[in-house]
Design a protein around this ligand. Sequence first.
Ligand code: SAM
Length: 394
Amino acid sequence: MRHLRVPNQEVEAVLGHIRTREWGAVSMRVFSTTDGRARLIPLGSNAPEELPEVFSIYPVEMHEGVPEEKTETNWLTLLAKEIDQLTIDSLGDSLPSNHEFIGDMMIVRLDDNVVPYADAIARAKLGTHPHVRLILNDDGVQGEFRIRQLRPIGARLGGSVLAGATLEFAPPEILSTSVAVKESGRVIRCDPTRAYFSTKLQTERLETLALAKELREELGRPLRIADPFCGVGPAIAPLLAESDLVGDLLAADLNPDAVGLLFENLSKWERRAYPSEPNPLSRIYENRLVGVADATLLAENQDITGRWDIVIVNLPHRTIEFLPKIIPLLDRSSPSLIRGRVIVEESEIESANTTIESILPPIEPGKPAPILHIKRDYSATLRLCSFEAWISKE
Ligand SMILES: C[S@@+](CC[C@H](N)C(=O)[O-])C[C@H]1O[C@@H](n2cnc3c(N)ncnc32)[C@H](O)[C@@H]1O
């Protein structure tokens, strides 16, 4: 059977393409090469003899197909084979019932009392998720760049799972946190240990797309969109995918690693070259102003200030504080839009709404007031909210 040999980090993205086209072999599974550096994706009879150009970098190899096995779906069943039931019961709610997938990585958050059982948890979770390559414990986000502190607790090497001391023998590629994530038909390259990225914002990004289309309708032309806290660019991915939506684009971040990944992403999404290294904000193309910059200083630049139809403000801990420095970026000669996210105590949402409204210029008549909508809990008392503010022309 034909198999596509794909480096581990690209497997999720390639599998996405294969599944969309229904070219995978039914009832056969993906398996690892003997050196653990790549995986072999079985191709079914639907897959054409000659694969399209995008797949040409991956060698096609002949192997016997490996049938899919029935996988245990309850990780606690596998955990019970690792540690005794009394211990499991005593750990109770401390055991990580939730996890987040980023590409082929699984991220869990282990409470301190559970950390001694990290190896067993890793084996059990990997056992129930055969497509996951690496499982990491999330030690939280750090600093203004919102970078995740992720510690590997288990990895898949060939047919076996490495956890605890054996992880030391894992080849570096198996432990790599650089992954490709497929979202709304686009592949986003990210590394949450180097630049902020969250898979949980997909709905938020689609809402931003809907708002942008609404503004385009109103203005009757492509938009000038600024995302001055853009990270690796996930919010602009769906905007760029919509034809005639983005005219001029400003995408900036203070974190050079985020900009490096953004350049990689933009060069794939737009099929044109971007610099291979992060560089200060500059016009890479006539309609693309991209690079490292401090968003709070952008409005001081006469070539940038007062020129944008939409500004995305995604630094939720500081959005309200930064708004006065961001608002001047808007082009007030026509209606414009600010799309923001804010983290706030639930009890203070009302007063935050009043503060936001007092900072903003007048709202466009007929549009809703810019109130915070709770998106999810950030902690026991803090809520992650978003808002959109339709700003009237001056
Ligand atoms: C919560 S993340 C959002 C990233 C991206 N918009 C997304 O949705 O994935 C906030 C981003 O703002 C960047 N940042 C923090 N302070 C900044 C500043 N003063 N100017 C520009 N970017 C900044 C961080 O590096 C981080 O990438």
